[in-house]
Ligand binder design. Sequence first.
Ligand SMILES: [Zn+2]
Length: 246
Amino acid sequence: MRGILVTLVAMGLVLFGSSTAPAFDQPLSGKTIVIDPGHQLGNGNPKFADEMSATKFNGAIVKSCNTTGTATNSGFPEATLNWRIAKQLRRLLEAQGATVVLTRDSNSRSKWGPCVWDRAGIGNAVKADAMVSIHADGGPSSGRGFFVIQPVKIKGWTDDVIAVDQRLAADMISGMKAAGAPPSTYIAGQLMVSREQSTLNFSDVPTVIVEVGNMRNSQDAALMTTTAGQRDYANWLLAGLTRFFR
Ligand SMILES: [Zn+2]
């Protein structure tokens, strides 16, 4: 009898171990998360000037399709940083069971966009549980660290989702800080509230922009330009999202 029990327990362990990973190992199972790597490497290419200058009213202000983004003092482009962090973050989120959608599929000097309203449209189309737009700031060189941009309530635009946007922003800030992300030294509470961000205003799903750091600051730039540093940013963003979905 004892032998049979031991055998059954052993069989159970084998079956359990060989089945697909159980839910408690994949806390983001069933969640659809959109990662928006800000800008595109070709946005500054003069041949895309017409596409870049297309405009739309975003509920608060008329904004253009997209912009070039910033760079480190040595010329490492924001578009490339955002792209590399996004790919690292996708891998981490998928390992936790999430379905991940990126808003662009390349980082290329011969590509432009997509426009910010189309990026928001991707999150809306897949009914994302959360969308994080990855950017980096070009702020005063003496300041460093990450901050989060949250929309304001605009009737007919953000009013249906603003409460969850606010919770997502708060959880990103506390989760990223707890995981060790250097907090912004020049944005109070690491939170900027803006009524002008098209990515946020066109979005019907919980969305925030994270400015992961300041590309003009030498300490931040040193992190941003290494694979290990880019992985750190991805892990910090993961910590924020994990807190939101806990
Ligand atoms: Zn940006």
